[in-house]
Design a protein around this ligand. Structure first.
Ligand code: PLP
Length: 447
């Protein structure tokens, strides 16, 4: 067991060590590279500095953040002996269990840091969006810890399908609004054009940004995609690296499910640095839903992070910012684009992407629950499905290999999705490449 005293005291900033720097984010109005000043109205200054920091590979975790991490960190690294046995595989399968955080997912690692820096800079109110509700829940607890007010725009379909995450946010004192809402210009516009629109992360981001920009002493926070979010999540991989060392092993494959990239980055980047130096040849596999396949079937292009086009233009693998993904139950993976770090790394072949159909993910999730006893989040079940594929391949090839995946969260608040799966009411979704191409082609007008 990794003890509290051995917990890493710094985050790993991959931006300082990537062989090829990503292209800069662009100002949505001028189309010029975003400067720190351009970012300041949106985010706390320290977070902006982290976003743009290309020189320091290691960044100290502030003491107050470290103290809060100690409530649930270090998280366990577990060898999945029973899953290995069920698959009859020669592979060793390990998972890092981020589901033990009080909010049930890895999201709290960045929420605590983001709220802390805002609080230090005198911000009194924060806004954010949430898809399935995990990020909003993490922000609700983190703002409660530091005494900051929070408004959360929650994607409407999740607001209705996942009422318990709303209850959690409200218990921790956050104000939760179903998105699209009539409270913002972006929300009113989309409701007028598409009255039955069920919402998307892109729209909720637009609403949260608009509220932050029009409220005094208020800033916006984002739970994935951006560099500083990935930075905070590296605590996952840094702990896992020490824990694997204690187990006397080193991963051949590292796997994370993929929404905007934060938990995948968190488990991967600390190991990836050894590949950069030529000291390891680990593979890094991101597992995305087949119904929202930005990495496997999207295009590398400048695109907005939100539906209305309020965010900077980010160089990313994307399906187009107005892409409306099917309503799969892994709500946290229903996002049109990927962060610029992971996008550049995919372009440079340092990482791989795998698409997983909904039914395969639930099948793997149930197998994991039956063998390891933990109900995985539907998002995390994509990583499990990818690990199962790798383990089966090891068996076919008769090869020993070490697989490490991130269990990004538990599924206790997603049991209605499992109910539907067990009743045979879930299905796979297929997407025509033609439709993807059509949506992505619209991006050529942006830059
Ligand atoms: C939000 C979330 C994800 C997807 O987001 P990333 O930024 O890609 O990590 C995956 N799993 C869980 C449990 C989540 O809450």
């Amino acid at each position: 067991m990794l003890s509290e005293k051995e917990m890493p005291t710094q985050w790993y900033n991959i931006l300082a060590e990537m062989p090829h720097q990503p292209l800069p984010a662009l100002h949505p109005g001028t189309k010029q590279p975003m400067t720190a000043e351009d970012w300041y109205p949106l985010f706390a200054k320290e977070l902006v500095h982290q976003e743009l920091n290309t020189s320091d590979a290691w960044i100290d975790i502030p003491e107050e953040v470290y103290e809060k991490y100690k409530i649930y960190r270090p998280t366990p690294l577990v060898r999945a002996y029973n899953l290995e046995k069920a698959l009859d595989t020669p592979a060793h399968i390990y998972f890092k269990n981020e589901s033990v955080s009080p909010v049930g997912s890895h999201k709290l690692n960045s929420a605590i840091a983001q709220v802390y820096y805002n609080k230090m800079e005198g911000v009194t109110n924060l806004t954010t969006e949430t898809g399935a509700g995990q990020w909003g829940t993490a922000m609700a607890l983190a703002t409660k810890m530091f005494g900051v007010e929070l408004a959360v725009y929650m994607v409407k379909i999740s607001y209705e399908q996942k009422p318990y995450r709303r209850s959690l946010m409200q218990t921790w004192g956050a104000q939760v609004i179903a998105s699209p809402s009539m409270s913002t210009r972006a929300g009113r516009k989309i409701i007028t054009e598409h009255p039955t629109y069920q919402g998307s992360l892109g729209t909720a981001i637009s609403e949260a940004i608009e509220l932050a920009m029009s409220t005094p002493n208020c800033k916006y926070t984002l739970g994935s995609v951006l560099n500083h979010v990935s930075l905070h999540q590296t605590i996952i991989g840094l702990e896992a690296e020490k824990q694997m060392e204690m187990a006397g092993e080193y991963p051949d494959v590292v796997i994370g499910c993929f929404g905007g990239g934060s938990n995948f980055s968190g488990i991967s980047f600390p190991f990836l640095r050894h590949n950069f130096k030529g000291n390891a040849t680990t593979r890094f596999v991101s597992a995305e839903p087949a119904s929202c396949p930005k990495l496997t079937r999207g295009q590398f292009h400048y695109d907005f992070g939100d539906e209305a086009g309020y965010t900077p233009l980010i160089p990313m693998f994307t399906l187009g910012h107005d892409f409306a993904p099917a309503h799969i139950h892994a709500g946290g993976l229903r996002y049109h684009g990927a962060g610029m770090l992971v996008s550049q790394l995919l372009k440079d072949n340092f990482i791989e992407a795998m698409d997983i159909q909904q039914l395969e993910s639930f099948e793997a999730g149930v197998l994991f629950a039956q063998t390891e006893g933990i109900m995985p989040a539907p998002e995390s079940a994509h990583a499990i499905a990818a690990a199962v594929r790798e383990a089966k391949l090891a068996k076919e090839e008769g090869k020993q290999k070490v697989i490490l995946f991130n269990l990004s969260g538990h599924g206790f608040v997603d049991m209605s999705a499992y109910d539907q799966y067990l009743a045979g009411d879930l299905m796979n979704y297929s997407l025509a490449q033609e439709d993807i191409d059509k949506n992505v082609a619209k991006l050529d007008q942006l830059v």
